[in-house]
Design a protein. Structure first.
Ligand code: FE
Length: 278
């Protein structure tokens, strides 16, 4: 059975040109949950917190999966990619050998809320061709399970498959909404590790027949073990994501937006970027 290994708070920070964020993974005390290098939640109805966006910046060596809970954000990159990310939609980007892109709000007021996940690539895929995929909300499967509403952002489970494509391995990424008293179980593949991040409300998570642990909004529960994961809503409405992937188990050399295996590869990434090779 899958149990909660530990519960951690998210950390307030800012990134890009001053976008206020909650950093869940990829911060002091939690470098990664292999293969996930970073998870940020941006969530504000104050345009001053998001309007500056993420102007042009590079990436190399991994993938990003951005899920828009509410709002509009435009992506543009130096390989000709351009897309509008809207409420309920997602974007899967393989940075591979190098991409320079911007992620800018396409709204001047109202709520903007979403999650950006960084997914590592193994050594033999780090220098793959860059690509990206826009996934509209209607492209992503939605189903009901024991009364819970489940949206499948990426991966396969319960007979449903998301069209999201990775250059390596699509993570399992579920957005689940449950009402008080509802309880359901998921059975991710045994070779996947990951976590739950609670967006709203409060849940209890863990094995079906023993004590489950409470996890509140803004907190992350790292999972351990195999088999079933049972979740119960303890608030009137609880919303959370379950994110799981295959651990890569390779050394990590990380410098800002470059994530490679060795320090030498980081030096090369900086040189290639400065030489205009992205
Ligand atoms: Fe980026």
């Amino acid at each position: 059975m899958r149990i909660v290994k530990r519960i951690m708070d998210s950390m307030p920070t800012s990134d890009g040109a001053g976008v206020k964020l909650k950093r869940v993974i990829g911060r002091p005390g939690l470098d990664q949950i292999d293969p996930f290098l970073m998870l940020d939640e941006f969530y504000s109805d104050n345009p001053n917190d998001y309007i500056a966006g993420f102007p042009n910046h590079p990436h190399r060596g991994f993938e990003t999966l951005t899920y828009m809970i509410e709002g509009k954000m435009r992506h543009e990159d130096n390989h000709g990619g351009n897309g509008l990310l809207e409420t309920g939609g997602a974007q899967y980007m393989t940075a591979g050998r190098g991409v320079i892109h911007s992620e800018m709000p396409e709204q001047t007021d109202g709520l903007m809320r979403g999650l950006q996940l960084w997914i590592n690539l193994p050594a033999d895929k780090k220098m793959t061709e860059p690509r990206y995929q826009d996934l509209q909300s209607a492209d992503l499967p939605v189903y009901e399970k024991d009364g819970a509403r489940v949206k499948l952002v990426s991966g396969s489970i319960d007979g449903h498959t998301s069209p999201a494509l990775s250059a390596h391995f699509e993570p399992l990424y579920l957005d689940v909404t449950m009402q008080k008293g509802q309880m359901t179980s998921f059975t991710p593949d045994d070779d996947m590790d990951g976590f739950i991040y609670v967006l709203d409300g409060k849940i209890k998570a863990g094995p079906k027949d023993s004590a489950r642990q409470s996890v509140q909004a803004g907190k992350m529960a790292e999972l351990q073990g195999d088999g079933d994961l049972t979740i119960e809503s303890k608030a009137d409405t609880s919303r959370f994501v379950i994110i799981m992937g295959k651990p890569i188990k390779e050394p990590i050399a990380k410098y800002g937006p470059f994530v490679m295996n060795t320090r030498q590869q980081i030096i090369e990434a900086v040189q290639d970027y400065e030489a205009g090779k992205f």
